[in-house]
Write a protein that binds this ligand. Structure first.
Ligand code: CP
Length: 335
């Protein structure tokens, strides 16, 4: 319970932003920068759910949510975070805006900025979209997930939650930990941001899935790649399950589910579940104190079973809960 939360930018010790404007990704970010965002998250997590928590660091500023792709967690938690910091928030979605009439991403962003916006939160289908917008606007841009590229605030959430669960909020040091990321790693921006940041903080990161979803080429990002979940499950400290991102297997989508499975070298869904789903039996094979994570949205009964998602190893709702504080920290640091 915080009774005397700092109220102004001069009272809150905000570290300088990472190089560049806003936050486009975590790849290449020094561990010291990651730790300072996570430390600031700790400050905000103490107050994010308090009734009197409003800390008007961004009072009088306007933050725009530009979400050209659907979202529940990211969009709402960025909105709450900006409001908690005292900003006005405006919302624009691809559907229902002039983007659907053919206006480009960059013209849309410039149009919104011209109304007097001080920061933009961007989610889009195309990898590199947030950077494209950051190149044309003057205000900071925060990447809220761009194609298969990066989802930096989600990875910060995942790391913060894991450190909270393992009692390492003082150091944010993941040395000695093994984190398995399981499923459609090739399509996953969450996987890419987590590989970069978790490795930088000392973790061993192992991507696991069928060859089409966990190709050997991912090793270039600094992780290991395995195709056998049962060989790593008993030694992992945390296993992060990923949804199969059907919508990103775009050419195959047009040709139907069989083509998707073929392209992903997936076999049948039943076979996928046998090899890669987080079932109760697989969760029981994990060591005591190991955690199951999922960035959401999850497909219960596909990549994760009900009793594991709601079970004692699950950090899934704690990940969601950390979202507001992480995004307050990122906004405070970059706006
Ligand atoms: N994890 C995540 O990005 O969820 P949303 O798509 O609901 O924002």
């Amino acid at each position: 319970m915080t009774t005397a939360a700092p109220q102004t930018a001069s009272e809150v010790k905000i570290p300088p932003p990472p190089s560049g404007r806003g936050l486009l990704g975590l790849r290449g970010m020094p561990a010291s920068d990651l730790r300072s965002i996570l430390s600031l998250t700790r400050h905000y997590s103490d107050i994010a759910n308090e009734r009197q928590a409003d800390e008007p660091l961004l009072k009088g500023l306007a933050v725009a949510n530009l979400f050209f792709e659907d979202s529940t967690r990211t969009r709402l938690s960025f909105t709450l975070a900006a409001q908690r910091l005292g900003a006005h928030v405006i919302d624009l979605a691809g559907q229902g805006s002039s983007f659907s009439k053919g206006e480009s991403l960059t013209d849309t962003a410039l149009t919104v900025e011209a109304m007097g916006v001080h920061a933009m939160i961007v989610r889009a289908k195309g990898s590199g979209s947030a950077e494209l917008i950051a190149r044309v606007v003057k205000c900071p841009v925060i990447n809220a997930g761009d194609g298969t590229h990066e989802h930096p605030t989600q990875a910060l959430i995942d790391i913060y939650t894991l450190c909270e669960a393992t009692g390492s909020l003082d150091s944010f040091d993941l040395s000695g930990m093994t984190v398995a990321i399981v499923g459609d790693c090739a399509s996953s921006r969450v996987a890419r941001s987590n590989i970069a940041a978790m490795s930088s903080l000392g973790a061993r990161v192992v991507c696991v899935g069928p060859p089409g979803m966990a190709p050997a080429s991912l090793r270039a990002l600094g992780c290991e790649v395995l195709h056998d979940l049962d060989s790593i499950a008993p030694e992992a400290d945390a296993i992060m399950m990923l949804r199969i991102q059907w919508e990103r297997h775009s050419e195959a989508v047009a040709a139907g589910a069989d083509a998707i499975r073929k392209r992903a070298k997936l076999g049948s869904l039943r076979q996928y579940r046998e090899l890669y789903a987080m079932t109760r039996e697989r969760a029981e094979s994990m060591k005591p104190g190991a955690w199951v994570m999922h960035p959401g949205p999850m497909n219960r009964g596909v990549e994760i079973d009900q009793e594991v998602a709601d079970g004692p190893r699950s950090l899934i709702l704690k990940q969601v809960a950390a979202g507001v504080a992480v995004r307050m920290a990122v906004l405070a640091r970059t706006v």
